[in-house]
Write a new protein. Structure first.
Length: 277
């Protein structure tokens, strides 16, 4: 899949995210839109995870620590045939397994997450297990930047550094907003690069909404031998829909019918533009 195909895929994913949230009446809209390019590149270029090899321990693994943006993850898993579109559209419906945070009852989900700060600990433990079992695969995990206020994140990073987990790739969705405002107003976390480096990690920054840059940097891990690869992915919350971008109200807001139609039209115009370039 080339860069243009990935860009078009991201637009289709955004359209689906909006569809299932609008249809389901709930969801984390803006955060799913900010991280979907990351998941697109991971699943379509890097992880090599599919329904046929999912039950095989000897493969790459992905933990979505940023569990509340599960709509993005469901969308990608549906696209690579873990389940049907009909199943996906049952999001938030009575008796559906497709709920607002990842659950292993849904095919393709590695681990239940949602309580922020715990996914990284799980991923680090899995990476240690791979080292002990001499398995030459990686563990990838995605965290939200608001999640970095959780102490368990930093405890996990200390342990990951101690054990030299160069098979662990940590990605931060740095969209600079969280549930009630800007991260630097709610609980300042900068300077992130300095903090991560002081923990002994090998840290890089990237445009987290550029599929080309994401593919290049994720294809170059590990950055250093015996060091965790940590990527600060600078993203735009609500990316792709102009009236949702950088607006904190869209953290957990469901679009009205008018807003939904406007968003879909805007994404369709963007798709036509990319096709014509």
């Amino acid at each position: 899949m080339n860069t243009k195909e990935l860009q078009l895929k991201s637009i289709d994913y955004r359209k689906t995210i909006l569809e299932i949230i609008y249809n389901g009446g709930a969801g984390h809209t803006a955060g799913s839109l900010s991280c979907i390019d990351i998941l697109n590149v991971l699943y379509n270029k890097i992880l090599k995870i599919n329904p046929e090899n999912f039950d095989n321990y000897n493969r790459n693994h992905y933990i979505q620590s940023k569990g509340h943006s599960v709509e993005a993850l469901y969308t990608v898993l549906c696209d690579i045939n873990f389940f049907s579109k009909e199943d996906l559209l049952s999001l938030n419906k009575f008796k559906s397994h497709f709920i607002g945070h990842p659950t292993k009852k849904v095919p393709g989900i590695e681990h239940n997450t949602g309580a922020l700060g715990h996914g990284l600990s799980v991923a680090a433990g899995m990476a240690i297990g791979f080292k002990l079992d001499k398995i030459n695969h990686n563990v990838y995990t995605l965290l939200g930047d608001g999640e970095l206020s959780e102490g368990s994140v930093w405890e996990a990073l200390l342990s990951a550094n101690k054990y030299g987990l160069d098979n662990l790739v940590v990605i931060i969705d740095r969209n600079k907003l969280q549930i009630t405002g800007k991260t630097e107003d709610v609980n300042p976390i900068e300077p992130l690069m300095d903090k991560f480096n002081s923990f002994g990690l090998s840290t890089r920054e990237v445009d987290g909404n550029s599929v080309q840059e994401l593919n290049e940097i994720l294809s170059s891990t590990p950055f250093e031998k015996n060091k965790v690869s940590l990527i600060i992915a600078n993203t735009v919350k609500g990316k792709g829909v102009s009236f949702m971008e950088n607006e904190v109200v869209w953290h957990h807001k469901v679009p009205s019918e008018e807003q939904y139609n406007l968003a879909q039209k805007e994404l369709e115009k963007l798709k036509i533009k990319i096709n014509n370039d």
